[in-house]
Every structure is written in C-alpha cells, then in structure tokens.
Design a protein around this ligand. Structure first.
Ligand code: HEC
Length: 198
C-alpha cells in the first residue's frame, strides 16, 4: 500500500528532465598522465640532466661553485686600493704633486698601526705635511664604506708596496680603533690632531 501511494506521487513518478553532462576524462587516461608525470619528475630528480656541462656552455657545477666561493674569500688589498684610492693617490702611490700626498715613503703610512687606521676611518681635512710638503686637501673617511677586514687589507697592501716596508695591519687593530672612535663624526684636523697620535 505504501508503494502505491509513493508511485502515485507526481514528483517521484516522473523522470528528471534530461540535461547535458560533462563527459569525465576516462580513468585510463588519468592513470597514463599520472604515470608519465611521475616518470618525468623522477627522471629529472635522479638523472641530474642539468649537470651535464657539454649540453650547456661547458661550465660545470664545480666551476660555478668555485666562482661564488671566491667572492667570500679573503679580501684583496690591491683590489680595494685600485677601487678606492687610485683616483687620488695614483697607481704608483706617488700622489699628485701639490694636490694628493704620496703614500710611497709617507711617514703617516709607515707610523705605528693605529695612525693609518685612524686616518682611513675618519679622513682628514686641514693642513697635512707629508715628506716635507704641506697639503690642504680633504681625505674622505672610509668607516662607512669599508669593513674592518677591508681597511686592514688595503693598509697592509699600501705598507708593503710602492717601496714601503712596514708590517701588516691586523683586523683586530681596525676593530679596536673603530670602537674607540665610535663617537667621532668629523675628520682629523691635519697635522694639529694627527701629530699627537704619532
Ligand atoms: C678623493 C681623494 C682621495 C681618496 C679617494 C683617498 N685619499 Fe688619501 N688623502 C687624500 C688627501 C687630499 C690627503 C691629504 C689630506 C690633507 O691634505 O689634509 C690624503 C691623505 C692620506 C694619508 C695620509 C698622508 C699620506 O700621504 O700618507 C693616507 C695614509 C691616505 N690618504 C691613504 C688613503 C687610502 C689607503 C685610500 C684608499 C682607501 C685613500 N687615501 C683614498 C685624498 C684621497
């Protein structure tokens, strides 16, 4: 009896209106795509095709690693000199007569470690006498431009070249002087101040 009353209900008796359905991608095709993808990804991961130098520009992975390692290696004083000092003090270290003082044979360069370190950190303005000649230029400060290791390296280079024969500058000395002069914001006032540090 219950059955009869159900089928007589118009909602249940009638079929739903037909409508277009999306035809789903056959399962077989999905399986083939998944298999092909996992093979391809697995191949790239296991075969390292990017390591084959002869397929590219012949630079091996080792070449590229060595290159990136070099830039974090020890700093090169000669390179820093060429980039930061040559414009004024010249490649020969002889300076320009009357304008830029020489670093070659300079009593300031060859003095005790702390003096050239302080000159580089804070710069100089005012009259400075170098090898008997007075200069009144401006030597820029490098405390914001060069790291402790870079200042030590460039000064070690300057003290061992251009005929100079003074010992190397330790990174620790630069650290100490930088710390000591932390509050100093103006350059040294030439002979007046620097002679006292000699
Ligand atoms: C813009 C030009 C300029 C640059 C760049 C420069 N200097 Fe100088 N430097 C001078 C001048 C000018 C003096 C003299 C300052 C004065 O007359 O009061 C001087 C003085 C010095 C002195 C003391 C005097 C002497 O001749 O020994 C040292 C040491 C020195 N510079 C080292 C360096 C080093 C190392 C660099 C690079 C990191 C450098 N300078 C970059 C212009 C420059």
């Amino acid at each position: 009896m219950v059955e009869e009353s159900k089928t007589s209900d118009p909602q249940i008796r009638e079929n739903p209106d037909p409508h277009e359905t999306n035809r789903p991608v056959p399962k077989k095709v999905i399986v083939i795509i998944v298999l092909a993808l996992s093979w391809a990804i697995g191949y790239i991961l296991m075969a390292h095709p990017g390591d084959e130098a002869q397929w590219g520009d012949n630079r091996t992975k080792a070449d590229l690693m060595a290159h990136s390692g070099a830039s974090t290696g020890p700093v090169d004083g000669a390179q820093i000199y060429a980039a930061q000092c040559v414009a004024c003090h010249q490649a020969s270290g002889a300076g320009l007569p009357g304008v830029f003082p020489p670093l070659a044979g300079s009593e300031w360069v060859l003095a005790k470690e702390s003096l050239p370190v302080n000159i580089l950190l804070h710069g100089i303005s005012g009259k400075l006498t170098v090898k008997g000649t007075a200069y009144t230029g401006t030597m820029p400060a490098f405390k914001d431009k060069l790291s402790d290791a870079e200042i030590a390296a460039v000064l070690t280079f300057v003290r061992a070249n251009f005929g100079n024969k003074a010992g190397p500058i330790a990174v620790a000395s630069v650290q100490t002087e930088r710390q000591a002069g932390k509050a100093k914001t103006s350059p040294w006032n030439g002979d007046d101040e620097l002679a006292k540090l000699k």
